[in-house]
Design a protein around this ligand. Structure first.
Ligand SMILES: [Zn+2]
Length: 310
């Protein structure tokens, strides 16, 4: 039996199916839940059952806590005379936006956490309880990952934390897949959906404006749909990151500890790949056989030049 998984499921999908099946869900139900072809999911499970634990790549368990997270933000309620108005002053707003739902998962761990307002909370636009739960998770994270996570999810969440007078968040570093996509790849579209499609990844099924409105009015069925969508979104965020990760130009260190390890995934399976030269210094460059990322040694390979070019 092959030791390499050669199927089409993304790393995120693999983690999800593993956890769903481990929790007792049938392979068919798991495939349906994930909106993935049954054959692919079954193929992965068969491969998984055939491999011994030693064959999984060695990845460090220590290191910064990396949280993938995503919020669903409810729209403002407005007054208006003119449907084509291009700016809405604050005096035209009946009720401001609020967080309807969030979901989060630790990087490469199967469990997905989520929060959703109750019907009453939604009618009252009261997100304090779910924001507090999300803030508790965020306070234990060192790095967050998400699509537009810096300008949207993290920023909105900070605003709600301030508004509710909750304990502030510590400094959190972010890997924003939107920023990364714009900076490094120049695709024609950088939105979550077009990128997921481009990558051939599972696209969370949109719930439609009618269901958004119902959810904001406290409809429990619509809130359930939103919760499901939000959970799929967190998984999709991880899938998207995993897809682009080997090709991203700069990534922050995601592994702690001493020794010769890939700073992104912690694998010790590194191959020396030439030298990395800066303006004045030269470093040993390596490539990780597990995650394909390049890295370089921290200290100089040769002595530093006395002069540097102008
Ligand atoms: Zn690696």
């Amino acid at each position: 039996m092959s030791s390499m998984y050669r199927g089409k499921l993304s790393t995120g999908q693999q983690v999800l199916v593993k956890s769903l099946v481990a929790k007792g869900m049938s392979v068919r139900a798991a495939a349906k839940y994930m909106n993935a072809p049954y054959g692919q999911v079954r193929g992965y499970i068969e491969w998984l059952n055939s491999t011994t634990p030693q064959e999984t790549p060695e990845v460090a368990a220590d290191g910064p806590r990396v949280l993938i997270f995503d919020i669903e933000y409810g729209a403002m309620e407005l007054f208006g005379w003119d449907p084509s108005v291009d700016y809405i002053g604050h005096y035209m707003v009946n009720r401001l936006g609020y967080i309807l739902a969030w979901s989060a998962k630790w990087y490469r761990e199967p469990e997905i956490f989520s929060g959703i307002v109750t019907s009453v909370e939604s009618e009252d636009r009261d997100d304090k309880r779910i924001v507090e739960d999300l803030a508790k998770l965020l306070r234990t994270a060192d790095i967050v990952i998400g699509h537009n996570v810096v300008k949207h999810d993290l920023k909105k969440t900070r605003g709600r934390i301030l508004l509710h007078g909750l304990e502030t968040l510590p400094p959190i570093r972010a890997i924003d897949t939107l920023t990364v996509a714009r900076r490094d790849f120049g695709f024609d579209y950088n939105g979550m959906e077009p990128l997921l499609k481009l990558a051939g990844l599972n696209v969370p099924k949109k719930i439609g404006m009618d269901n958004w409105i119902k959810a904001m009015q406290g409809d429990s069925v619509a809130l359930g749909l939103l919760n499901k969508y939000s959970i799929e979104d967190a998984q999709a965020s991880e899938d998207l990151f995993e897809w682009m990760k080997p090709y991203v130009q700069r990534l922050i260190r995601m592994v702690d500890g001493p020794g010769w390890k890939c700073p992104i995934c912690g694998s010790i399976d590194l191959v020396k790949r030439g030298e990395q030269k800066t303006q004045v210094s030269t470093f040993q460059r390596s490539q990780c056989s597990n995650c394909e990322r390049y890295s370089r040694t921290k200290s100089l390979k040769t002595t530093r030049l006395e002069l540097q070019p102008l």
